[in-house]
Design a protein around this ligand. Structure first.
Ligand code: FAD
Length: 364
């Protein structure tokens, strides 16, 4: 099949690679001038173990399976990563109950190598940490996500696939047996494909509305959950990821590490109505308060505004977590079309597993 993938983020690249490996002729259309210019370059670069997500949801299934696939991929393709592990910490009795329930959920999700440990054991691992107990997840890690996406792109090219940059997809029309696609930008024009995957991230809903005859009621609303990060101006004190208990809309302001060992904090959850990528320095106050519950020694004046990312959410404050939405022919009635909505965290971790499911919909 001639397959068009819209969007060169981690999901589009993983789908394009999987389709090319399955023998299809793949083109990726990307609106910007490079890969990973959207959500995929603005995240925590954590390989999640799959602890939190409700049993049998797509997030739970693809996170656990995708994580195993991702470690194998990193090893076989020379992508820098580190299985540094993470502690989900409880600083009071109420949080301890929450952490225990996360442990139970992790077991239901089939996550390997998790263990409840006491406060002293946690402090033996990380001496600056305060907690009364913690969940240790040995399978959690960090990845050079850009290196990963370059490796996906490389494999796509090896299989004859290509990316057309500065090529926004403007309209899709199904004229049996083909998809007729109109492009704008550098290569403005039109072309025909057998199958289309909409992996446009924050643009997925807007694109779905420009698919002729796509049922309008099947385009979910897009809720923007901005996540701000603050860098730490000092010598890093933790060598593992440290997470508080989750909050509404996110996993809580946690300690993330990059592969150079640098420490940063975030992301929080800021509900916004329009895309913007500025980090308000005044948000530092709430970061200090939250971080000091588990790191009392956080020095005054050590947090500096860093970057932010925007989660393409399907639900808003107080509404509970939505699952990844993979809308294929059984959902909308149009052949060989998959729309991906709400691919927020753990999308990076899940990408290889999600890609296999998505390519499967194109073929059947
Ligand atoms: C703050 C934050 C932290 C996160 N942390 C983690 C983490 O630690 N671990 C993890 O597993 N996941 C994490 N995630 C989730 C992960 O980053 C996303 O699930 C993933 O990057 C989504 O990738 P994508 O390819 O769907 O979207 P994007 O990377 O946004 O790619 C979509 C692409 O489509 C292009 N596009 C849009 N419209 C069109 C059009 N009409 N035509 C052509 N191109 C178009 C855009 O330019 C963009 O390049 C985090 C997310 C956020 C926001």
């Amino acid at each position: 099949m001639q397959v068009l993938v819209v969007g060169a983020g981690v999901i589009g690249l993983a789908v394009a690679r999987a389709a090319a490996l399955a023998g299809h002729d793949v083109t990726v259309a990307e609106a910007t001038g490079g890969i990973a210019n959207g959500v995929s370059s603005r995240n925590s670069e954590v390989i999640h173990a799959g602890l939190y997500y409700p049993t049998d949801t797509k997030r739970a299934v693809h996170c656990v399976r995708g994580r195993r696939m991702l470690y194998d991929f990193c090893a076989s393709h020379g992508v820098a990563h580190k299985k540094c592990g993470k502690l989900v910490v409880a600083t009071n009795e109420a949080e301890l109950l929450k952490v225990e329930s996360i442990k139970a959920q992790a077991e239901k999700n089939g996550v390997e190598n998790t263990e409840m440990i006491g406060g002293n054991a946690a402090r033996t691992m990380e001496e600056e940490l305060f907690c009364i107990g913690a969940l240790w997840s040995a399978e959690t890690g960090i990845i050079d996500s850009h290196g990963y996406m370059l490796a996906l792109w490389g494999e796509l090219q090896d299989r004859g696939g290509m990316i057309a940059f500065e090529t926004p997809v403007e309209r899709l029309t199904y004229k049996a047996p083909h998809w007729h696609v109109q492009f704008g930008g550098r290569d403005a024009g039109s072309a025909e494909f057998d199958a289309v995957v909409n992996a446009a991230g924050l643009g997925a809903q807007a694109l779905a509305r420009r698919i002729d005859t796509y049922p309008a009621g099947k385009v979910p609303r897009l809720v923007l959950g901005k996540g701000n990060y603050f860098g730490f101006a000092g010598r890093p004190v933790f060598s593992r990821l440290i997470y508080p208990t989750p909050i509404d809309g996110g996993l809580g302001v946690h300690v993330t590490l990059d592969l150079a060992g640098r420490m940063r904090f975030g992301p929080d959850v800021e509900w916004i109505s329009e895309e913007n990528y500025s980090v308000d320095p005044r948000r530092a106050d709430s970061f200090y308060d939250r971080i000091r519950t588990y790191w009392p020694g956080l020095p005054v004046g050590s947090l500096v505004p860093d970057y932010c990312g925007i989660r393409p959410k399907l639900t808003g404050p107080g509404e509970g977590q939505a699952d990844f939405m993979i809308a294929a022919e059984p959902d909308h009635g149009l052949p060989r079309l998959v729309n991906l909505f709400g691919i927020e965290s753990p999308g990076l971790t899940s990408s290889l597993s999600l890609a296999e499911e998505i390519v499967g919909y194109l073929e059947h």
